[in-house]
Design a binder for this molecule. Structure first.
Ligand SMILES: Nc1ncnc2c1ncn2[C@@H]1O[C@H](COP(=O)(O)OP(=O)(O)O)[C@@H](O)[C@H]1O
Ligand SMILES: [Mg+2]
Length: 263
């Protein structure tokens, strides 16, 4: 098992199932999901809307409990949220009344002294490319900049594991590509384990070491594909397109829809 900076950031998902109990009856959402993610690995999860991807991430983060099965991070069982695990959601979820700097500083551990806080804020503002915007408020920023503030806020406690739930879904195509490059840069600087949920197949191929394809609800792992292409990746290269085709084949294997329509 690969380890970075001596810290075990592996994620072990063992037999995780989830059933939501609703007044109309039980809703099975995840069905015996097993997955081992190595320290520092970049994993993407793709699957159709409602198949249980967000529930899966929330269980890894400790925000939601599994009905059956367990999650271990660095060998320790997850039973509540931890500062060691950062979460980034689709919408930036910033406090509108706080500045960029104050939003980023919000999660800093109380034990960190004033000097330490200043240093951390400065480092993280730089890491996400927001130098000069420290005193701006969320309403004065573009969608991409707001999402960068969320990334900085999630990174401030140096989480070993970063969970990203369709973080760029609301951004335009060009900003999205820019943010994907930023995520790669941050990943190589921080060496954290990344789990990204996305419905954008190209985004998954561009970023990941492996891609997990989930079935429709109740979600189980249909397939795991290795993305064996060196970085930086060219989205128009033949190996890239071959993987894209493979994923669409897995996605739509049981569908009546024509493959050609999507390629
Ligand atoms: N807290 C909850 N209570 C009841 N049902 C939920 C809850 N969270 C999600 N669901 C249901 O579980 C299913 C999977 O949701 P979700 O994990 O958000 O899917 P995805 O992220 O893949 O679109 C959906 O049908 C959703 O309505
Ligand atoms: Mg979701």
């Amino acid at each position: 098992m690969a380890e970075h900076n001596g810290e075990d950031k592996s994620v072990d998902i063992r037999g995780v199932s989830k059933i939501f109990t609703l007044s109309a009856g039980d809703l099975p959402v995840l069905d015996k999901v097993d997955l081992h993610i190595s320290s520092g690995e970049f994993i993407s999860v793709v699957g159709s809307s409602g198949c249980g991807k967000s529930t899966f991430l929330r269980i890894i983060s400790g925000l939601e409990s599994a009905t059956a099965g367990d999650v271990f991070i660095g060998g320790r069982k997850v039973d509540r949220p931890s500062v060691k695990t950062g979460v980034i959601f689709q919408e930036s979820r910033l406090f509108p009344w706080l500045s960029v700097e104050q939003n980023i500083a919000f999660g800093i551990h109380k034990k960190v002294d004033k000097e330490g806080r200043k240093k951390l804020i400065c480092q993280h503002v730089g890491l996400v490319g927001l130098a000069g915007f420290e005193n701006a408020y969320p309403r004065q920023l573009s969608g991409g900049m707001r999402q960068r503030v969320s990334i900085a806020r999630a990174l401030i406690n140096k989480p070993g594991v970063l969970l990203l739930d369709e973080p760029f879904g609301a951004l335009d195509a060009l900003t999205r590509i820019h943010m994907q490059n930023e995520v790669l840069r941050i990943w190589s600087a921080e060496k954290s384990t990344m789990v990204l949920v996305t419905h954008d197949v190209d985004e998954a191929i561009f970023l990941s070491d492996r891609i997990v394809v989930m079935s429709d609800r109740p979600g189980y792992i249909k397939n795991v594909l290795d993305v064996d292409i060196s970085r930086p990746r060219d989205r128009s290269s033949v190996p890239f397109m071959e993987i894209r085709k493979k994923i669409y084949t897995h996605f739509f294997a049981e569908s009546a829809l024509s493959l050609e329509y999507y390629l």
